[in-house]
Design a protein around this ligand. Sequence first.
Ligand SMILES: Nc1ncnc2c1ncn2[C@@H]1O[C@H](COP(=O)(O)OP(=O)(O)OP(=O)(O)O)[C@@H](O)[C@H]1O
Ligand SMILES: [Mg+2]
Length: 200
Amino acid sequence: MAEQKATNVTWHNHAVSKAERCQLNGHKGAILWFTGLSASGKSTVANVVDHRLHQMGKHTYVLDGDNIRMGLNKNLGFSAEDRAENIRRIGEVGKLFAGAGVLALTAFISPYRKDRDAVRALMEPGEFIEVFMDTPLEVCEARDPKGLYKKARAGQIASFTGISDPYEAPEHAELRLDGTKPIEELAEEVIAYLKSKGLI
Ligand SMILES: Nc1ncnc2c1ncn2[C@@H]1O[C@H](COP(=O)(O)OP(=O)(O)OP(=O)(O)O)[C@@H](O)[C@H]1O
Ligand SMILES: [Mg+2]
């Protein structure tokens, strides 16, 4: 994990509490952490859920893998160390969103259990909702919208999750979605979960 390099830093408490922000928004803040293989449907389902929640008047935001890798995390690659730092930063950003009373939806492969668990540990109980997009590798590979599996099979991408790099499936995800079901059905399962937990 990242070392604390800065010295002489002191935490300054916020004048407006998280509870007050959530009260103003009319719902809780949390991270919905989508994890799964490339092309499993994380971005697709996260965006449908985001859209539906937005229409319901909820405050949401999607943090998506490639977008973050083009900006905040552009200096990180795909080694296990860089993947860990990628996820650590997203976790911290997600925590800021949740602290602002927003439902943050993150769509990262996040293949390592310990990296996901480290984000869970940052959050208060019930604020980290791990959503396992459980889509068989064959289905993901057949979809291959970015042509990445084809490249990985041809040996043109090193460290590709599911092919030449491991994916550690969650053991205690709050939600497991069967990624072969229709997209709208999966989005509904997520919304139903949020309602059942009183998050929205
Ligand atoms: N439930 C589904 N049924 C059919 N097709 C789907 C489903 N979910 C996603 N797809 C399709 O699969 C492709 C990959 O989905 P998506 O881009 O959401 O994957 P991802 O998990 O975000 O992948 P990556 O990690 O590479 O960003 C898209 O073309 C999408 O339309
Ligand atoms: Mg995606």
